[in-house]
Unconditional design. Structure first.
Length: 798
């Protein structure tokens, strides 16, 4: 007799009151690779690796507050090395606040993944174990983070759900450690923050792979079609639906309803933030209206007939503004319901009538009902509003508000960017709107200026009015989010990346809290793509780069290819798609170096830190999610640069190039410990200006394992970018020279002379060789590791 086990209950007649319930049947894991040392690591499992990073890249703290107000024994003054009532000091409290931020960020992405799996089962009418994980014939390493962290190689979404349960358990354990009377060391708080960052990367991968497999999103194909982006792309002659957030299933249902009912010529679907990115991956006729930093400008411009929100990056005061404009809001996620009535159980026709009767909005938690309600409400409101949409202010109102400004300066003080609104108001009073228009892009539309204006001037509306011509004509092009990097691409570029002949991977990611407007995003991407770096971008930075054009009228997405290769500019996708950037670095170790990635986090992170020249840049980082994203990159050995507002995250990871002990590594080839150059010098660092940031990004792509040719290429770009943006040679370029072969050929003699004159190096001028001076000499067989266990085990592949 063969007994097949499945879900259900088994009752044995001879045993009264006994039943055996079978919930989940887990088959023996296929041995696709040897299980590594750290499957599903706990808080302490990777602590040694974290402490190595924290020793080399010591946390630099800039607390926003010297007090602790988290328990009723406080508030406690922690200045001057004082301790709080619970015994905590300022360093540990700052590490604790960082951990809190990361716990919020990872919860957002992991909660998103959980919601995604729930909605997929509901919308597709299938169980998770019935939905295969299939990313096409060119991707065998389907979930590198899941494999690396948990040891699971998923075959179905049910396997991803197992990994998600691990994430959820670990998050609870770390949040427990934040409670008063638990952890007391800043180093252990940072280790816990690293742990949350790693979990964040895993949660993102689960969410994105799930939606790719369930909704048929792109599977890493290059040459993706171009999507319209910008505030001017919405067709104002159509009914306009605006979706805001990060969770795509409700928007997927809206797109389905439009297509199934043949309404493409009548209804326009646009979005803000990551829902926009993921929606266009599903429905090519959808449009990306803006990134987060323009959300209030879009709402106040009245560009939508109905607004549909899901989760994350939604203004908390969205109803305050939409009520004034009469735009109904549909909340589709229980994380953001804004005190609106839950009408999920009502019939769509009843909900439609309720919204058209002038009510401010409602909650619909069933994504399969959202499409009909949103589309039909938008169509009805389109008929009511007429053919066109113009500025919210009249010419007379604009002039009167400009005259009302008293130049008090309250707005400038309140503004995160310090924009001098008063000057622009004075110019507008005299008939010159150009100064307000110039400030429109720099403004991140936080609305704080309006809160402090003694004359109640609607400053956002004033900016929109002055820039209206720009708004209606702002139309760029962005590649559709392509998702993962294919294994076949890694086979082509793995060697050039590790050897350094492709100078690096630059990853512009994150929010839009830029210090000086969106043009700087375009500058970063164009600069590095033109120098044969691989540029992979996601989220708001991907959008903001797409609205600028070169002299030939091309955006960076039209100007450069979207292969994962030198000179490519790739829109990887939404926030959760950041996981594929981690995944690409992991795949280099797996596919090029043949390293076992299964449950082998420490070895692969060590490999990436020493060999994979990659640098993230979150120039407008704002949210707690951005904190957990960056921290996840950092634990994996990838440095990141943030903009000036990034200092408000309260800590940086800065290397000390002068401290020899921090830069000692094991050389497996020689069997010795070797002092290396500071590469990469920092793990997380804030830059004040774009001129400072761009050379810094190039520097953070140096790796100890660079070949002479690769180091020469990287040094060429570092020096050239410093001369271009800072108008001077970098102070530390000589630290990265190991031999004369590392020097840029075009400047070899000039640089040898400088090494001799300024730094006291000995040069054999007859042979044009460096005799003495470098931190270490170059050897082609140099095989570095920071992990003592790996050093003792012996030979490792490149």
């Amino acid at each position: 007799m063969v007994l097949e086990l499945g879900k259900g209950a088994l009752v044995i007649d001879d045993m009264k009151n006994v039943s055996i319930k079978i919930g989940e049947v887990v088959e023996e894991e296929e041995e696709w690779a040897p299980m590594g040392p750290t499957p599903m690591p706990g808080i302490a499992t990777l602590r040694d690796w974290d402490f190595f990073l924290l020793k080399r890249y010591k946390p630099f703290y800039a607390p926003a507050c010297d007090m602790c107000c988290l328990c009723t024994m406080g508030k406690c003054d922690l200045t001057g090395n004082k301790r709080g009532a619970c015994g905590i000091d300022l360093a540990a409290q700052t590490g604790r606040i960082v951990t809190i931020a990361c716990s919020i960020g990872v919860s957002a992405h992991t909660g998103h993944a959980r919601h995604m799996l729930h909605d997929i089962e509901h919308m597709l009418g299938k169980k998770l174990d019935e939905i295969p994980v299939d990313l096409g014939p060119e991707i065998a390493e389907v979930a590198p983070l899941t494999e690396l962290i948990t040891g699971i190689k998923p075959k179905t979404l049910a396997d991803l759900e197992r990994a998600l349960r691990y994430c959820e358990e670990q998050i609870v354990q770390v949040v427990d450690a934040i409670h008063t009377g638990q952890e007391g060391s800043y180093l252990d708080y940072e280790s816990k923050a690293f742990h949350l960052g790693m979990l964040d990367s895993l949660g993102k991968e689960i969410a994105d792979i799930a939606q790719i497999c369930a909704f048929g999103l792109p599977k890493g194909e290059d040459n993706q079609p171009l999507i319209e982006v910008g505030m001017g792309v919405m067709d104002r002659s159509k009914a306009m639906i605006l979706v805001i957030g990060h969770h795509a299933p409700p928007a997927v249902n809206i797109a389905d309803y439009i297509e199934n009912n043949g309404l493409e010529d009548e209804v326009d679907l646009g979005g803000i933030c990551c829902t926009a990115n993921d929606m266009t991956r599903y429905y090519q006729k959808a449009k990306i209206v803006s990134a987060l930093s323009r959300q209030l400008k879009v709402i106040r411009a009245g560009l939508a007939d109905v607004i549909v929100i899901d989760e994350q990056c939604i203004r908390a005061d969205i109803l305050y503004h939409t009520k004034k404009l009469g735009i109904p809001v549909i909340c589709t996620n229980e994380k953001a319901m804004h005190a609106l009535p839950d009408m999920t159980a009502k019939e769509p026709k009843e909900i439609i009538k309720y919204l058209l009767d002038g009510n401010p909005g409602c909650v619909i938690l069933d994504p399969l009902k959202v499409g009909e309600v949103a589309v039909e409400v938008a169509r009805a409101r389109r008929k009511q509003r007429g053919d066109d949409i113009g500025p919210r202010l009249t010419e007379e109102e604009f002039t009167e508000y400009a005259k009302a400004c008293t130049q008090c300066g309250n707005c400038t003080i309140a503004c995160p960017q310090g924009i001098r609104i008063g000057e622009a108001m004075e110019a507008a009073e005299n008939g010159d709107r150009s100064k307000l228009e110039e400030r429109w892009d720099i403004c991140i539309a936080c609305g704080r200026c309006e809160q402090v204006c003694p004359k109640n001037i609607p400053i956002i509306d004033m900016l929109n009015y002055a820039a209206w011509n720009r708004i209606v004509n702002e139309k760029g092009k962005i590649r559709r989010g392509r998702g993962p990097v294919r294994d076949s691409e890694i086979r082509n570029v793995g060697a050039p990346i590790v050897l350094g002949t492709i100078p690096g991977i630059i990853a512009p990611i994150g929010c839009g809290n830029y210090p000086n407007g969106t043009k700087e995003v375009y500058t970063i991407i164009d600069e590095f793509a033109s120098r044969n770096y691989i540029v992979v971008t996601t989220g708001c930075m991907a959008f903001d780069a797409a609205i600028y054009k070169d002299e030939e009228g091309l955006t960076v997405y039209e100007k450069y290819h979207d292969r994962f290769d030198g000179g490519g500019v790739l829109n990887i996708g939404s926030c959760v798609s950041n996981a594929h950037i981690h995944g690409a670095a992991i795949k280099v170790a797996r596919i090029f170096a043949k390293r076992n990635i299964r449950a082998n986090y420490e070895e692969i992170a060590d490999y990436i830190l020493n060999r994979v020249g990659a640098c993230g840049v979150a120039w407008g980082a704002m949210s707690q999610k951005a904190a957990s994203i960056a921290t996840g990159f950092n634990r994996l050995g990838i440095p990141a640069v943030v903009g000036p507002h990034g200092s408000k995250y309260r800590r940086a990871f800065l290397g000390r190039p002068y401290n020899d002990e921090d830069w000692m590594v094991y050389d497996v080839r020689s069997g010795e410990r070797v002092r290396i150059e500071p590469a990469p010098q920092d793990l997380l660092v804030a830059a004040e200006t774009i001129e400072e940031a761009i050379p810094l990004m190039a520097k953070l792509c140096f790796r100890p394992n660079d070949t002479a040719q690769g180091r020469s290429i990287k040094l060429t770009h570092y020096i050239d970018l410093s001369l271009k943006y800072l108008k001077r040679m970098p102070d530390d370029w000589h630290l990265f020279v190991r031999s004369e072969a590392d020097l840029p050929l075009a400047k070899k003699e000039e640089l040898l002379k400088e090494l001799e004159d300024k730094h006291g190096w000995k040069i054999d001028w007859e042979k044009k060789k460096i005799v003495e001076g470098p931190i270490r000499s170059y050897h082609a067989g140099f095989n570095p590791t920071n992990v003592e266990r790996l050093f003792k085990e012996g030979f490792m592949t490149l």
